[in-house]
Design a protein around this ligand. Structure first.
Ligand code: ATP
Ligand code: MG
Length: 314
């Protein structure tokens, strides 16, 4: 484990008597891609704004590389690249001119800036359209320019708030590749806020799940899956030679089975104890043959739903 780049301790934000971020504590290590997940209104953007020193916490504190975001926001902003939910550009300027504006704002000397802009445009695949007005850019191109905008600062930490929303699948893959590159090739620490669970699952080293302002889980996807299993939940995936409703009903009536979900010739059985032996017996008794049976790992979507349901009993 490296040195933590982000240290959040007991971070709390109360707006007009309503707690929207509640005693959030977490650390993000150097070079990690951390997925920040949660439903609408969970408190993700509010946490990010406190991290950047753009909103003051009611209690608690955030540090980025040791600097307090509330008291030393300039230090934090200098080493942090932030792609907001809705990124804005000067539409009547070209892509290159927009980036130049950012480098001037960040007081990067012109010669150095020219090189950085060239590299940033190259790494987001916009070199060919660098002289085009941004008003002619598609949403995907704008989002990639947003990433270039973050990269020209050569930050230590990058915060991306929903970077793939409204982007087509090919565009999403490009953005995910860029995020992985930031971390693996440049050693940048990345905080990625998103609802897109399968995307997060593809690229994040660890995730934190926030519900109603509270962090209800954090860890690797594998680790969180194991925690659910430790709570007594098992997932069994089986393939049978013949699937019929009698079989599904019989499996559903085994003691401990919570759900039986068919998809194609596969069945996923969720249970609160190990039911492997009974499942085999029931399949054979129903005249089918189990072709393949394995204990299944939890996908991020299932992990998320597990905590989401716990966090929101309503
Ligand atoms: N300036 C503000 N004044 C009052 N309430 C606010 C303010 N900003 C956010 N909130 C409230 O705080 C809660 C958390 O909002 P936040 O934007 O942090 O959620 P989020 O997790 O980013 O959601 P989304 O996924 O929809 O972007 C919401 O209930 C929101 O209405
Ligand atoms: Mg948000």
């Amino acid at each position: 484990m490296g040195q933590p780049v982000v240290e959040i301790a007991e971070l709390t934000k109360i707006y007009n008597g309503t707690t929207v971020v509640n005693k959030l504590t977490l650390q993000i290590e150097e070079g990690e891609i951390f997925g920040f997940l949660g439903p609408n209104g969970a408190g993700k953007t509010t946490t990010i704004l406190m991290l950047l020193g753009l909103t003051e916490p009611t209690y608690g504190e955030v540090r980025v590389k040791g600097f307090n975001s509330t008291r030393e926001p300039l230090h934090v902003k200098r080493m942090t690249g932030y792609l907001p939910e809705n990124v804005g550009f000067y539409d009547d300027l070209t892509a290159r001119e927009n980036l130049r504006y950012i480098t001037r704002l960040n007081r990067i000397p012109d010669k150095e800036a020219t090189e950085r802009i060239g590299r940033a445009l190259e790494s987001v695949g916009l070199s060919d359209v660098a002289e085009k007005d941004v008003s002619k850019f598609s949403k995907g191109m704008r989002q990639r320019l947003g990433i270039a905008d973050v990269l020209v600062k050569e930050p230590k930490l990058v915060i991306l708030d929903e970077p793939t929303s409204g982007i087509d699948p090919a565009g999403v893959n490009k953005i995910l590749d860029m995020i992985v590159d930031m971390s693996r090739k440049r050693g940048i620490t990345v905080l990625l806020s998103s609802h897109m669970l399968h995307q997060v699952q593809k690229v994040c080293d660890r995730v934190g799940i926030i519900v109603n302002g509270s962090l209800v889980a954090q860890g690797t996807i594998e680790g969180l899956g194991k925690e659910i299993i430790a709570q007594g939940e098992n997932l069994l995936e089986i393939q049978v030679d013949e699937l019929n409703s009698r079989l599904i009903d019989s499996l559903g009536s085994i003691t401990g089975v919570i759900t039986v979900e068919p998809s194609g010739d596969m069945l996923t059985i969720r249970s609160d104890r190990d039911v492997t032996a009974e499942v085999s017996r029931v399949i054979v008794r129903c005249g089918s043959l189990p072709l393949h049976m394995r204990s299944k790992d939890y996908a991020l979507e299932e992990i998320y739903m597990n905590y989401f349901q716990e966090g929101c009993p309503a």
